[in-house]
Design a protein around this ligand. Structure first.
Ligand code: ATP
Ligand code: MG
Length: 570
């Protein structure tokens, strides 16, 4: 392809709207343009990358025995009402009415639609197992769309759904997808980790997230320094504390703490360590207000709280609510004398004696509080986020922390949807049996963006070869007949060998071409200049290292092939 014939609007300036490297570089390299918040047009270069990621996914899904179909973007409310998700999904579900006033939504995921298909078409155990997938545009009205393709509202997803005769079969299907995901992300040239994950809105029994490791990732991962344990912080278990205290309880005292609300302020004022303070966090559920106690140096894990309470939503109580419940402004809430509110506490609190808590009075805290004596805890449980240094829940080694971008997710759904939608089949004995399901997603645009997060430098993108928009960026440095002729023959030579070449045929200065080539990030740059050509030489440069060699034209093909072969392969 020739640059002059392609729409590649590169930007020299930093786009103001971009917050992450991948977002900035995709805009600057002319790959995407914003249409509305979280809604983008993929320009030709961007689309080439998307299509390459899709091709890898498609090959590996097919290899794993899944079959491709395509479901509609619009889906009728009735299906969502059957599973209860019409109400449950909340504002992420973009709803609309058709001309007959019928309710529809734009599909954020397709469990309902696929389960409806399968319950109609599958009658017998002989038709199972089945795994169907699609690569399709999803819409989720994300509260905070950001980082370009990383968290869009409209985005391309590969979603697959497996249906099995029983749990054992479902476990096999799950493992096949897990293995396929390993191959997909490896082929995309990414450094990633599969971690245990929470099952979130979709629910189910077991799940892994595939995380691309990157400092800009929104997810926190904990992994053991020994063994293979790795989990999303949402899920990572904390073992009960092993330390015990021999301190005897001292009398409870109320102390003035003027203006001291935060852990830092209170501990500084009282000259204590954060471990000697217990924070009281008030949460609202649909029914009531719950106090959650954690040690001053720990963070509440809201997902664990939700699980313990068996509710889908909790939110921190508003300042007004805190005042109404405790009689004091935010920062002074405490469990002593708290009325009409259930108290849950993290297991670490159980091991404490003589700790500090809020006094439920402005500018006041209690010191030497003791839970056995001063307030009633309804339940102690693991309610905090795991953190670096915690013992691994497997008992092997300690946990470390990394940041990650969730590019894929595999779920064991069990009978969640087959039950609510009555997706049954007849088993060999003629019994109606519930299909056991799994679902498996990959964010296509997010995968492309995370490849940039992992592979870039100050000048631009450094694409892993298998998903690069082009393999070779061909850069003639003049418009002379000799250079143009040599460039054309190199273009033909490489193209005929199946190598994808972007030929910068613009009448631009060398500097402009080099800058654009570095920004766009094809793995090989091939430079054709007047002087070199006079000696029969062209220059081949590796984008990643900048290392350049001059070579005769007849060696170009083998050298390019060698260079591409040394890069992650398709
Ligand atoms: P997140 O926690 O990041 O919102 P999710 O758990 O909602 O993700 P899933 O429902 O598991 O995501 O969707 C499957 C895959 O789709 C994710 O692993 C991710 O790669 C991609 N994805 C999800 N939401 C978005 C989005 N808003 N923009 C781009 N890709 C997305
Ligand atoms: Mg989400």
């Amino acid at each position: 392809m020739r640059t002059s014939q392609m729409l590649i609007p590169t930007l020299r300036e930093e786009p103001g709207e971009a917050e992450t490297v991948s977002h900035r570089l995709m805009l600057r390299a002319g790959m995407i343009r914003k249409v509305a918040a979280g809604i983008y047009t993929y320009l030709p270069l961007g689309l080439r990358v998307i299509r390459k990621v899709e091709a890898i996914i498609r090959e590996e899904m097919n290899r794993a025995g899944a079959q491709e179909l395509l479901m509609p973007i619009a889906s009728p409310a009735e299906l969502w009402r059957e599973t209860g998700r019409w109400d449950f999904y909340g504002k992420e579900l973009l709803r609309f009415k058709d001309r007959h006033e019928r309710d529809f939504c734009l599909g954020p995921t397709h469990e309902e639609v696929i389960t409806d298909l399968i319950r109609r078409e599958v009658r017998s155990y002989r038709q199972l197992p089945l795994n169907c997938y699609q690569i399709q545009t999803k819409f989720r009205d994300e509260i905070r769309p950001r980082f370009g393709l990383m968290r869009g509202r409209e985005f391309i997803m590969k979603d697959a759904y497996s249906f099995d005769r029983d749990e054992a079969g479902a476990t096999v299907s799950y493992q096949k997808m897990y293995d396929a995901y390993h191959r997909i992300f490896t082929r995309c040239g990414l450094t990633f980790r599969a971690v245990e994950a929470d099952t979130g809105l979709i629910g189910g029994t077991s799940s892994h997230e595939f995380m691309v490791l990157a400092d800009t990732g929104e997810e926190t991962i904990l992994y053991a320094d020994q063994g293979t344990y790795a989990a999303n912080v949402e899920r990572a278990e904390v073992l009960p504390p092993t330390e015990t205290t021999t301190e005897s309880p001292r009398p409870l005292r109320k102390v003035p703490t003027p203006g001291a609300r935060t852990v830092e302020e209170v501990t500084a004022l009282l000259k204590i360590a954060p471990q000697q303070l217990v924070k009281t966090m008030l949460y609202r559920t649909a029914k009531d207000t719950v106090a959650v106690l954690v040690r001053g140096d720990h963070e509440v894990n809201e997902i664990k709280v939700k699980k313990l309470l068996g509710v889908v939503e909790i939110e921190l109580a508003s300042p007004d609510k805190v005042a109404a419940v405790t009689g004091a402004p935010v920062g002074f809430a405490g469990p002593v004398g708290l009325r009409g509110t259930r108290i849950l506490a993290d297991q670490a609190v159980k091991a404490l004696r003589n700790f500090v808590v809020g006094g439920n009075e402005t500018d006041t805290h209690y010191v030497d509080a003791n839970w056995e004596r001063d307030f009633a805890v309804e339940q102690f449980a693991d309610l905090r986020n795991a953190r670096a240094g915690d013992p691994s829940p497997t008992g092997q080694g300690r946990l470390r922390v990394a940041r990650g971008i969730e590019v894929g997710h595999v779920f064991m759904l069990g009978a969640k949807y087959s039950q609510s939608m009555k997706a049954t089949f007849l088993d060999p004995q003629g019994q109606e049996t519930m299909a056991v399901m799994g679902c498996y997603g990959i964010g296509v645009g997010r995968t492309a963006a995370s490849a940039i997060e992992q592979n870039h430098d100050a000048k631009g993108i450094i694409w892993p070869a298998p998903i690069a928009p082009f393999h070779v960026h061909l850069l003639p440095l003049s418009q002379s007949a000799a250079v143009t002729e040599a460039t054309r023959s190199l273009y033909d030579l490489l193209t005929q060998a199946g190598i994808e070449v972007l030929w910068d045929d613009r009448d631009e200065r060398a500097g402009v071409k080099f800058n654009d080539a570095d920004l766009i990030g094809a793995p090989c740059h091939l430079i054709v200049g007047e002087k070199g050509l006079a000696q029969g030489l062209v220059e081949l440069k590796r984008r990643k290292t900048g290392e350049a060699t001059r070579l005769p034209q007849d060696q170009v093909l083998t050298q390019v092939q060698a260079m591409l072969a040394n890069l992650p392969k398709t």
